[in-house]
Unconditional design. Structure first.
Length: 179
């Protein structure tokens, strides 16, 4: 069995295996272990562009002539005020431990010598599990910039680039900060 120190070393190596070092400074810092999701969220948002862009790069098809992928350049503006989601069909047998957070990402696309900047809004649901925090669901919607435009409904983005990036970040965080 691995000692706690060995597990932390392995987790730190895993977390920084894809980050680069420049004069001894790492692009992604080891996490600071905290007890609550709101305290953890600033760390997640700071690392989210890097994690998302790695997910996007892994999904690319190298034989494509056109590169229309967007790149996440910033994540922020967390809002922890939950929307009331009452269960009206049945009486729950266990307490609801799901936490909600709203946040935004700024994405950039390069198409035919043009730069397009997009703002996305996300609604993330997480819950504590036996392995640490886990993603329950992620909804995302594109910000409408044109007045009078029809609002695009939120889509399930749990398995999209941002959803996968959050799952990977939580996996690394949970490995480094076991409960």
């Amino acid at each position: 069995m691995l000692s706690m120190l060995s597990r932390k070393k392995i987790a730190a190596i895993a977390m920084c295996s894809a980050c680069f070092s420049f004069w001894g400074m790492e692009a992604i810092a080891a996490p600071i272990c905290v007890n609550s999701f709101p305290e953890m969220m600033p760390q997640l948002l700071a690392d989210l562009p890097s994690y998302s862009n790695r997910v996007i790069q892994r999904a690319r098809k190298l034989e494509r002539q056109e590169d229309t992928f967007s790149y996440v350049i910033e994540a922020g503006l967390p809002d922890f005020r939950p929307l009331a989601l009452k269960q009206q069909q049945f009486t729950p047998s266990a307490a609801d431990t799901t936490e909600q957070v709203f946040f935004s990402t700024l994405n950039r696309q390069y198409i035919k010598n043009q730069t397009i900047t997009l703002e996305n809004h996300h609604w993330l649901f997480v819950t504590p599990s036996s392995q640490g925090w886990a993603v329950v669901h992620l909804l995302s919607a594109l910000h409408q910039t044109e007045p009078g435009a029809i609002a695009i409904p939120p889509r399930n983005a749990t398995n999209g680039s941002v959803g996968k990036a959050i799952q990977l970040w939580l996996r690394d965080y949970n490995a480094y900060c076991p409960e």
